[in-house]
Ligand binder design. Structure first.
Ligand SMILES: [Zn+2]
Length: 287
């Protein structure tokens, strides 16, 4: 079964856990590593002739147009990860709309194609910010992948649907949603599909969880990773909290090898392909 592979293209200093220690006003002066790290991911995918969806942060897209073109030219899907990486539930609907338009139209101008997939910073479309789904529909997005059906201090909608399908919006609309994958253990939903969970916990845990989604539940999963997660050489944010440092820095040096195992054990393609195969998304109309 084909699963969705997704990369959230942002730099090491833009991670939500570092917000209190790395103010946005300092981003411009930080060492940029996103081009090199994303490039390594692109090489890994090219070796395997594997395609993925890259949710690109608008802030990065404005500064690194050549990287975004390279992603698209390699046949991957480019989608939108917002502009500022602020949590959606900390924005007003007006600010959210404005920054999402900015990020989407920049990518569209750069690539000359419609950008119609969205993922919120840190999965921050929660019960408090479901209004964002209506704005995404109004702006022409055809799918979202921001809902995480788990309990977590920064994100999550416990009890939300676990598999791709149409999700009702507050204004009575309906948006195609690919929620972040969880594995079922008894009555619990365990996050298994990427990021810190992938790096911190043993690979056998990830593999067992993902296999159970494919084999027992007969559903595709969606896996996510950030370019900085394969970069053990990145600068350290020494004054971040212990838990933030634990989540961010553990096993960076093992992540690339683990990723190669994952690529050998499972099949991957873009979000768009998976949704089309399930008959949820129609093919793009020719311009
Ligand atoms: Zn992000």
């Amino acid at each position: 079964m084909q699963n969705a592979l997704t990369i959230d293209v942002e730099d090491w200093f833009q991670v939500a856990a570092f917000f209190p220690h790395v103010p946005r006003s300092s981003w411009e002066g930080r060492e940029s590593r996103v081009v090199a790290n994303t490039g390594r991911l692109l090489d890994l995918l090219a070796e395997r002739q594997m395609r993925a969806t890259f949710f690109v942060l608008g802030w990065v897209a404005e500064r690194e147009p050549a990287l975004i073109r390279r992603i698209a030219q390699a046949g991957h899907e480019v989608a939108c990860h917002g502009y500022s990486h602020e949590f959606v539930y900390r924005q007003t609907p007006e600010v959210f709309r404005e920054e999402t338009v900015r990020a989407k139209s920049h990518l569209e101008d750069l690539l000359g194609i419609a950008i119609d997939g969205y993922r919120a910073s840190t999965y921050s479309i929660t019960r408090q910010s479901l209004w964002a789904l209506d704005i995404l529909l109004e702006l022409g997005f055809r799918y979202d992948s921001s809902l995480f059906p788990v309990r977590h201090p920064q994100y999550g909608i416990p009890g939300a649907p676990r598999f791709p399908g149409f999700f009702p919006t507050p204004k009575g609309g309906s948006i195609l949603e690919f929620p972040l994958s969880t594995a079922r253990l008894g009555t619990m939903s365990l996050p298994v599909a990427g990021g810190g969970y992938f790096r911190l916990l043993p690979y056998a845990y990830t593999r067992a969880g993902l296999r159970s989604i494919n084999r027992r539940e007969n559903e595709p999963f969606i896996f996510y990773l950030h370019p900085w997660e394969i970069d053990p050489g990145q600068p350290r944010v020494a004054d971040a909290s212990f838990s933030a440092r634990l989540r961010h820095y553990t096993n960076l040096d093992r992540c690339e090898a683990r990723l190669k195992k994952l690529f050998a054990d499972f099949s991957f393609t873009t979000v768009r392909e998976v949704l089309m195969t399930k008959g949820l998304l129609a093919p793009r109309q020719a311009a």
